[in-house]
Design a protein around this ligand. Structure first.
Ligand code: MLT
Length: 212
């Protein structure tokens, strides 16, 4: 397990344990506000993907001491210019990391939670070449691009909380509708929970991944 900053983000890279082939998947883990690059590693392990490498960057925007991936003006109100800038910055990190660690750039699957899910959705919308698929836990619509991408080759799982006090149901639904409109094969699962992750999220994600 390495921790390096020369790619511009503090991050962890964990190579796949099995023999790596051309089709090896890389899980791009994107934590929630106040988290760090270690947060989602146990979740990724629970997903049982054989031969997956893990690339897990820490968000570079600090809000009251808490790392995030982009600035917000208040809860759920995003600084769109910063979001665009940070989305491109993250995309470039993934591109550079794919060279450094010999990752297949066509097999990057994002797993994001909350703020991490929101930047993953933004990468899908603004830099779709970076991600092949994504699991978005508790996301909301991050932005609507001026030019809509074509995402017909992408599969996206949204796992939302029915009683989420931070993300209103319509914000999740708006993201679902946008992804569907641009052709992504998107499914949504509503968990009987709040903003926190539950075992049911893991079960849903594992099942969805096994069908990819
Ligand atoms: C958070 O607290 O991270 C928000 O719910 C999502 C965001 O700000 O991106």
């Amino acid at each position: 397990m390495n921790e390096k900053n020369q790619l511009g983000f503090v991050h962890k890279f964990i190579p796949s344990e099995g023999s790596k082939d051309q089709n090896s998947v890389t899980l791009l883990l994107l934590h929630g506000t106040g988290g760090d690059e270690t947060d989602l590693i146990p979740i990724a392990r629970m997903l049982d993907i054989t031969n997956a490498s893990i690339l897990s960057p820490r968000g570079k925007v600090i809000e009251n001491g808490m790392p995030r991936y982009f600035r917000r003006l208040s809860e759920g109100i995003f600084d769109i210019e910063d979001l665009k800038f940070r989305t491109n910055e993250l995309a470039e990190f993934v591109q550079n990391a794919s060279k450094t660690y010999a990752l297949n750039l066509n097999r990057i699957v994002a797993i994001g939670y909350s703020n991490g899910a929101n930047i993953a959705a933004s990468v899908l919308l603004l830099r779709p070449e970076i991600l092949s698929n994504a699991i978005l836990f508790r996301p909301m619509i991050p932005l609507v691009p001026n030019t809509l991408p074509k995402l017909s080759s992408k599969r996206v799982l949204i796992s939302a909380g029915l009683h989420d006090p931070i993300v209103a149901g319509y914000q999740t639904k708006d993201l679902f509708d946008l992804l569907e409109k641009v052709g992504a094969k998107v499914s949504i699962q509503w968990q009987n929970s709040g903003h926190e992750l539950t075992q049911r999220d893991i079960v849903a994600a594992r099942k969805w991944l096994s069908l990819l």
